[in-house]
Design a protein around this ligand. Structure first.
Ligand code: ZN
Length: 241
């Protein structure tokens, strides 16, 4: 066990109000690609960059093309929770974790058994009719072709995913801020913190230990009490609860 892992073990042992803030790097070990990292595949098969396709404007004006990309790249039902997800569920069950705040939309934390999960960017598992609000799960979207329409009223269905140009849910932000402000330890993992609101939310943390786990350096490394540059699941699987 290297010194960083020992240090993290001490922090986990000591703290009882831990908040975990996770980005795309938490899911990559489950085989879900980070669509923000430039991937040749996208460039080959799509006329637009993912950031443009996943924008509100594109959804409104090119709904069919949006769904083509969305079904192909975003809807994934085969991924399984990895060691990071399982560790966090265990930490919550042990009464040491107050919340998971995630930028991921894959639902893997809930699949692992975590209860208090704040999904800043929504979830592929929830979809709503834009006209009547009827709910549809992710598999329903996967089973349709072209633009999915509501079975009750014929309205267009939209994923409960925060697209570019769209604002985040106020209640989720509020709950996240409350959890962070009350935490004794904040673990930020699998994100380079270039995407808001991550960087902004850290401001509310007044606890004892700020821990960063990321494969590469981040913008706030200098503010952290402990920085571990390694895959998240690999790190957390070495920690005992
Ligand atoms: Zn409807």
């Amino acid at each position: 066990m290297n010194n960083n892992i020992k240090e993290l073990q001490k922090v986990i042992d000591e703290c009882n109000k831990i908040v975990f803030f996770g980005g795309a790097g938490v899911s990559t070990e489950s085989g879900i690609p980070d669509f923000r990292s430039v991937d040749g595949l996208y460039n080959q098969s799509y006329k637009y960059p993912p950031e443009e396709i996943l924008s509100h404007t594109f959804f409104v004006h090119n709904t069919e093309e949006f769904y083509e990309f969305y079904r192909d790249k975003m809807l994934c039902f085969t991924a399984k929770p990895n060691n990071a997800h399982l560790f966090l569920c265990g930490l919550e069950n042990a009464g040491k974790l107050s919340a998971v705040i995630t930028q991921n939309i894959d639902g893997l934390h809930q699949m692992a058994g975590s209860k208090r999960v704040y999904e800043l960017h929504g979830s592929i598992h929830r979809n709503y009719c834009l006209c009547c609000g009827a709910f549809y799960d992710g598999r329903y979207i996967a089973s349709t072709q072209g633009i999915p329409h509501c079975e009750k009223c014929g309205g267009i269905i939209k994923p409960d995913v925060v697209l570019y140009e769209e604002g985040l849910d106020d209640k989720i932000i509020k709950d996240s801020v409350t959890a962070i402000a009350d935490a004794d330890c904040m673990i930020i993992a699998g994100t380079s913190l270039t995407v808001y609101p991550a960087a902004g939310l850290i401001r509310y943390f007044n606890g004892k230990y700020l821990v960063l786990i990321n494969k590469s350096q981040t913008l706030v490394d200098s503010k952290a009490d402990l920085v571990i540059n390694a895959p998240v699941g690999e790190v957390l699987s070495q920690i005992k609860i």
